[in-house]
Every structure is written in structure tokens, then in C-alpha cells.
Design a protein around this ligand. Structure first.
Ligand code: 1HE
Length: 264
């Protein structure tokens, strides 16, 4: 049956300045229905108003099994277009919002679940995570931004292979393919994501905003245009009051030094 319950499909908890947002429809493997996508839209807005970073995770044994297929079978073509465009808008609110999102992935990261993860800024997979795009097997196509975001992360050749053959990638393969930036032991993804979120939350807000909003746009520009825009963003951020304080803190030896890889 499609989604008709009154339960909330998301949990929201503020841990310091990091919002933990949980996909919470485990009995349907966190499959995303129309109602569910609106609940995600609500928590995106809430997190932006009170957090400095977000950890996104799934309750139950899986991150997300993608689109709610039970609901999808009843849609007309134009309803399908509107549904896909709504996913685009909500996921764009994550990708080009104001704060960094770190996804903690386990179990199925499948179809629309991979599209959702691809709209976050850093992906942490635990060793139970598996990645697939079974749209071809279901007779449909990606509709949550996957042809743009997931293809850019892993490359169109790998995505074509996944979609044509139903190839399922392990966490380790996903890391090699750039679908995940970290692989951790089973059950540890949320903790690792929280550590990364805290680190990102401690940056200057203006730098995070530039990383989230300027970096992906510059990738879409011609080289000379990208370099030109970069100079303006570099100057704008470097002359901000936040930068002045942070640069002085470094010069006056009040700021922590970089840790070398492997040091505690
Ligand atoms: C669902 C969905 C779903 C599970 N929509 N109901 N996504 C897929 O093609 C993935 C489909 N799901 C699976 O392959 C498996 O469910 C899992 C590998 C993710 C998990 O397996 P398992 O054995 O733990 O669970 P299950 O027994 O298959 O599913 C439990 C219930 O969740 C069951 O319902 P029940 O009423 O029989 O208990 C399933 O029907 C239900 N369920 N996944 C609806 N996706 C914007 S375009 C994006 C396009 C896509 O995302 S296409 C990919 C869709």
C-alpha cells in the first residue's frame, strides 16, 4: 500500500549546532513518497534556521530504497514530471543551501536514495552500504537529479553500467568511484559524519557558503570564467570580518595547526 499513515517520516534532533535528520520509514526501507519529500523539505528549512551543519541518516537497516514505487504506479505522465521537479527543488535546497550536509550511509543506497545522498556535500558509507540504480529493471529512469549529480560524481560510464546491468557497488567500490568519501566499520557512519559535521560547522560561514554554492557552479563554467569568478569570491571572503579574525588568530599563534595525516 502507498503511504497513508499520519506518522512523521523524519526525525530531527539538534546536537550542539549539528542537526541530525533521520529518514524514518524503516518498514518501507525509507522509500520516499510524495508526503515524505515534503517532510524532507520542512526539515531542510528548519535545519537552515538553527544548525550549522547536518547529518542525514536512515533509521532501520537501510539508508533509503529510493522512490516509493507503490505510489509511482498510479501517476500520470505529467504528475510524474511534477513529482520529479519537486524532488529537484528539495534536493537543490540541500545542495545549494547555506550549510554543509553530511550523509551517513548504510544498507541500501538505491535509486532515489543515491540521488538524495548525491545532493549532500560529503558521503560517509559504512561497510554494509550498497549502491545501485535499479531504474532500468523497474522500467523507469532517474528523476531525482541522478543523471546530473550521481553521473558527475562517478562519471557517466560507471553510471551507464549501473543502470544498464543492475550492477551493485559495495562501499569500497563506491569510495573508489567517488560516490563516498569515507568508508567506516558497520554502524560507525553516523558518528564519523557527526565528527565531520562538527569540523565543517567550525569553519567561517562565508567560506562554507562559497564551498557549497560557488565550487559546483565553477565546475559548470568555462576555465577562464571559473578563474575570474574565483578571484572575486577569494577577495570577498578574505576581506570579511570573520577572515580577519581567523587570519590574525593564525598569525598570533592562537589557532590550531594542521594535523598531519594519521596523527591523533
Ligand atoms: C518499497 C520500496 C520502494 C522496499 N518503494 N516500497 N527502488 C528499488 O527498486 C529498490 C526496491 N527495494 C529493494 O530492492 C529492497 O526492498 C531492499 C534491497 C532495499 C531491501 O530489501 P529487504 O529484504 O530488506 O526488504 P523488502 O522485503 O524488499 O521490503 C520491505 C518492504 O518495503 C516491502 O513492503 P511490504 O509491504 O511487503 O512489507 C517492500 O515492498 C517495501 N519497499 N523498497 C515502495 N522503493 C525520483 S526517481 C527515483 C527512482 C527510483 O528510486 S527507482 C529505485 C526504486
Amino acid at each position: 500500500m502507498a503511504d497513508q499513515t499520519a506518522t512523521s517520516f523524519v526525525t530531527y534532533e539538534l546536537r550542539g549546532n549539528v542537526a541530525h535528520i533521520g529518514l524514518n520509514r524503516p518498514e518501507k526501507r525509507n522509500a520516499i513518497s510524495d508526503r515524505f519529500i515534503e517532510m524532507i523539505a520542512d526539515v531542510v528549512a528548519r535545519a537552515e534556521s538553527e544548525a550549522k551543519a547536518v547529518v542525514l541518516f536512515g533509521h532501520g537497516d537501510h539508508f533509503c530504497a529510493g522512490l516509493d514505487l507503490a505510489e509511482h504506479v498510479k501517476k500520470t505522465p505529467i504528475q510524474g514530471v511534477h513529482g520529479s521537479r519537486r524532488w529537484h527543488a528539495v534536493f537543490a535546497g540541500i545542495e545549494h543551501g547555506t550549510i554543509p550536509w553530511i550523509s551517513a550511509l548504510h544498507g541500501a543506497v538505491v535509486g532515489g536514495g543515491l540521488e538524495l545522498a548525491s545532493s549532500t556535500h560529503i558521503r560517509v558509507a559504512d561497510k554494509s552500504a550498497f549502491f545501485a540504480l535499479p531504474e532500468g529493471q523497474r522500467g523507469i529512469f532517474v528523476g531525482g537529479g541522478g543523471s546530473v549529480r550521481a553521473a558527475r560524481l562517478m562519471g557517466v560510464a560507471r553510471m551507464t553500467d549501473m543502470m544498464l546491468t543492475g550492477r551493485v557497488a559495495s562501499a569500497e567500490e563506491a569510495e573508489r568511484w567517488n560516490l563516498a568519501q569515507y568508508v567506516v566499520e558497520k554502524g560507525m557512519a553516523r558518528q564519523k559524519a557527526h565528527e565531520l559535521a562538527e569540523a565543517a560547522a567550525s569553519n567561517a560561514e562565508i567560506s562554507n557558503y562559497a564551498v557549497i554554492n560557488a565550487l559546483p557552479r565553477i565546475q559548470d563554467m568555462a576555465k577562464e570564467d571559473g578563474l575570474f569568478v574565483e578571484s572575486f569570491i577569494a577577495s570577498f571572503t578574505a576581506t570579511s570580518p570573520e577572515a580577519e579574525e581567523r587570519l590574525n588568530a593564525f598569525l598570533e599563534k592562537r589557532a590550531a595547526r594542521l594535523k598531519t595525516p594519521g596523527s591523533a
